[in-house]
Design a protein around this ligand. Sequence first.
Ligand SMILES: [Mg+2]
Length: 194
Amino acid sequence: MHIGIDLDGTVTDPQSCFHYMNDALGYTIDYQRATEYELHTYTTMTQHDFWKFMIEHGHEEEIYRRSLPHTEVSDVLWHMRKTHRLHYVTARSEAVRSVTEDWIKQQALPLDSLIMTGSHDKVGVVQDLSLDLFMEDRYENAISIHEQTEIPVLLFDAPYNRKPLPHGVKRIASWKEALHYVNRFEANRSISTR
Ligand SMILES: [Mg+2]
């Protein structure tokens, strides 16, 4: 299978960027109560002004550089890579490709394919690469990918994405659970195409 994998909050620990907001920028966000995905909503800035500030002060690269990996992600991705093609599909822009690739290498994660969309719209990439399954943590992405392409989506649970899900989008709590569903989906697929 060709599997699409989001980076922030999926491969990275979803708490990472909130820690950065608190430790480096002086905010006091309680991750367990963080119901909003967009970081600018925790500031008084607009989204445009927030990311302008982040880029101009070097915080954008630093927040990615300091990210921590999600628990067990390395073991599971290397295991999946034996039988599947893995494609990282991130909303990060091409401007941060080198810091992103360096981080992936530092974490000793597989790196074969990295698509940087520069926007939250990932549906086109899913279609272009004919992906069979997608893993996400942003609620709106999970819903739109599933609705527009009909592929199954695994949504990594986080306080900011706890809303009702349609059949076909599965909430999961860990990479071990992701592996379980990938194996199950692959088994069902081979039965249905036999
Ligand atoms: Mg994400």
